[in-house]
Design a protein around this ligand. Structure first.
Ligand SMILES: [Cu+2]
Length: 271
């Protein structure tokens, strides 16, 4: 039986801390393996690739740092006969970690620019379906331009209970606009442009399966484009804490075949 000295207690605490550090590391890494990203249902593959590259890089260093942190907590625990050493600085060490970090991070920044160009800066050429999404506490409204392909003008001054989206009543383009509440229907494999505006506070349009997340601001219209690739039902969430009802600000995205989408659109137009 070891003596109950101060050094002995410190040694036990050191070991306990090391085990706690390693326990947290194992649980958090296992969590990432168990709950990865949801199924990708759009063309944003480059975004996922970069995500996994960064996750592997940071994951490697995270595990390495935690392993050594635990080891050193144990190795350099208090001992009555040991004295701490001190030195001022090490040029070599500082050069190594500065250059090492730069060599790893600079390519990541450039890879990020390539992905940004891919998903943000350059929508594909040709006809795009354009739909408007309007966020307000606590629901999502969607407006389709109708048969003429043109939206009616809108203005925040026109917001009212009867004219929820503030569409200009005198604008003939607005007469056939289609208004959906908490349901967005899209055709598969067709690039779509979503124009976003908010009626009150800041919200965020989040489609986890499509890797789309875009802030929605009052006073400015933002835009996001993407191409759904898998027919199915998905969740649209608000990703900005926008008030007490934020948790229930949830809508659905239904991706359908081109034919089913056209049928649905005609049904809506005839209502
Ligand atoms: Cu919201």
């Amino acid at each position: 039986m070891a003596e109950n000295t101060e050094a002995n207690r410190d040694a036990k605490q050191g070991m306990a801390l090391a085990l706690a550090i390693w326990g947290i590391t194992i649980v958090s890494v296992a969590y990432f393996f168990k709950y990865g990203l949801p199924e990708l249902a759009s063309t944003r593959t480059s975004q996922d690739t970069l995500y996994y590259i960064i996750l592997a890089l940071t994951g490697f260093f995270y595990i390495a740092v935690q392993v050594f942190l635990g080891l050193y907590v144990w190795k350099y625990r208090h001992r009555d006969d040991a004295e701490g050493s001190y030195w001022h600085d090490s040029h070599k060490l500082e050069m190594a970690w500065t250059i090492g970090t730069a060599v790893i991070l600079i390519p990541v920044v450039f890879a990020g620019l390539v992905v940004w160009q891919d998903v943000k800066a350059a929508p594909p050429e040709g006809d795009m379906l354009t739909i408007e999404a309007v966020a307000a506490q606590f629901q999502w409204d969607f407006r389709y331009p109708g048969g003429d392909g043109e939206f009616g003008e809108w203005s925040p001054e026109l917001y009212s209970l009867e004219n929820y989206l503030g569409v200009e009543p005198d604008d003939a383009n607005g007469a056939d606009d289609i208004h959906m509440i908490n349901l967005l229907v899209l055709p598969v494999d067709q690039p779509v442009r979503i124009l976003l505006r908010s009626k009150d506070v800041q919200h965020a349009f989040f489609l986890p399966n499509h890797r789309v997340k875009q802030d929605v601001m009052p006073g400015i219209q933002t835009m996001v484009w993407f191409t759904p690739t898998i027919v199915g039902e998905y969740e649209i969430a608000c990703a900005e804490l926008c008030g007490l009802g934020h948790y229930r600000m949830r809508a659905f995205l239904s991706v359908r075949s081109e034919a089913d989408f056209q049928t649905w659109l005609t049904e809506q137009a005839n209502q």
